[in-house]
Design a protein. Sequence first.
Length: 321
Amino acid sequence: MSAARKLLNDLRLPVVGAPMFLVSGPDLVIAQCKAGVLGSFPALNARPQELLDAWLTQIDDALAAYRREHPDAIVAPYAVNLIVNPANKRLDADLETCVRHKVPVIITSLGAPTALAKRVHEYGGVVFHDVIRVRYAEKALEAGVDGLILVCAGAGGHAGRLNPFALTNEVRRFYDGPLVLAGSITDGADVLAAQAMGCDAAYLGTRFIATRESMAAEHYKQMIVDCNAEDIVYTPYFSGVHGSYLKPSIRNAGLDPDNLPVAPPEGFKYRSRDERPKTWKEIFGAGQGVGNIDSVLAAGEVVDRMVREYAAARARICPAR
């Protein structure tokens, strides 16, 4: 069994908390890992760059102390998300910080992480890569990643357009390694369904926005609770790349979420940078699973509930004989 697959198999529940821009931070990651699921955050959430070292130290120290105090508990490892793209001017510095801390898992996005994967493998870490289509999966495997995260239709943020059945089946035709599935997964039954489809684990982002430890603003958390799937709009308008956003946040910015152009009108310019709606800070990302989220809970409570739901779903499908 590969190190990446063993890592997923050893979790209390086969769940990876997705790294969410301006939402995931040390408090959420520590809570997720203590609850037995893999927590993660984007390196770019630590600003300035020097703060990343402090965040990793905080996470390392907190999890080490919890393991000492609870020797029988399943304490999960954590991950840092690195954007592998020339536009990310912090990549080299962030990678060096992660290497120094021997971050157990690196989640890469937006580019082939060939050189990065080699550095991570040197200290024994593993690399998972976000993909939204088969060609990106092939490129990531050529770059030497240890597992793939299939970001399918219905996921929050920069989600893909492919149905999870379609993308999982096509990737499984040529790859039998670790797969993590993203797209509208919010409870334990969904996690079991992801496994039934042939994936090793589920990738949950939106469900962890509405947690006490999340860095999201309180009105963002409440919006998650109040919305349903029809309140999600999938558009390239805000970032130039298709993403999933909450309609109420678009309305709050003075725009009509049901009549957004593909791009700003030709010749249109905001009078100032401050006038432009800030994607992720004012225009909130979320997946189509919001309709199954009815409360803001501690992350540990979310995981405990999912463990019960997962067990109940398994019992329904495979009742004792």
